[in-house]
Design a protein around this ligand. Structure first.
Ligand code: G3P
Length: 216
């Protein structure tokens, strides 16, 4: 399973890159706005650090604007994936940009039918937003299960990228269902390693070792 960080914060990216488990980065306009960053500069900065897919999202809602922005982003670095919203124009842009050889991440996916359309249009990544479904009382993980099962019947190149992740349980459940990729906020990646019994166990081991040294 590939782990992506859902952030544009360079310090957080550096911190978790050092763990050796980060395969890529996803951004969206809200994430870039939170950093107060210039999109081009920040994407280039991230691409210089991370040797893997870096998603940059278009803000145009018109087909021509999406195509123009997408081609511009892809020229910044070979690892840039063009992130497009699941709208009719986004779908058409996905087909066109995929035919031109670009990598596409179809975002704002909330149903299996949207995922199937994205796969047919040649998306490399399909991003169902599970946390936002949970937020409105639906079961986000059910959607991951349905999409992974459905795409398993065919040989589309699309990989399922579980997005809008809120906590470690989302990560484990998505892994059990066979989601190819998951993107998570840095704090969720940080929580994956934590367990109080690990800390307690280590403290006991070190205290016992210390006693042994003192008794020699
Ligand atoms: O990158 C898109 C997605 O992960 C957004 O997550 O937490 O804003 O629902 P969230």
């Amino acid at each position: 399973m590939k782990f992506f960080l859902d952030t544009a914060n360079v310090e957080e990216i550096k911190k978790y890159l050092a763990w050796g488990v980060v395969d890529g980065v996803t951004t969206n306009p809200s994430i870039i706005a939170k950093e107060g960053a210039d999109l081009e500069q920040r994407i280039k900065e991230i691409a210089a650090l991370v040797d893997g897919p870096i998603s940059a999202e278009v803000v145009s809602t018109e087909l021509e604007g999406m195509l123009e922005e997408g081609r511009k982003y892809a020229a910044w670095h070979k690892n840039v994936y063009i992130k497009l919203p699941m709208t009719p124009n986004g779908l058409m842009a996905c087909k066109k940009l995929n035919d031109e050889g670009y990598n596409i991440n179809m975002t704002l996916i909330f149903s299996a039918s949207q995922a199937l359309l994205a796969a047919k249009a040649g998306a490399a990544l399909i991003s169902p937003f599970i946390g936002r479904l949970d937020d409105v009382g639906q079961d986000g993980m059910k959607l991951i299960e349905e999409i992974v099962y459905m795409l398993g019947n065919f040989d589309y190149k699309a990989e399922v990228l579980t997005a809008s992740v809120r906590h470690p349980r989302h990560v484990i459940d998505a892994a059990k269902l066979g989601s190819h990729v998951i993107t998570m906020p840095p704090d969720v990646l940080g929580k994956l390693i934590q367990h109080p019994l690990t800390d307690k166990g280590l403290a006991i081991f070190l205290a016992d070792w210390e006693k042994l040294q003192n008794n020699k």
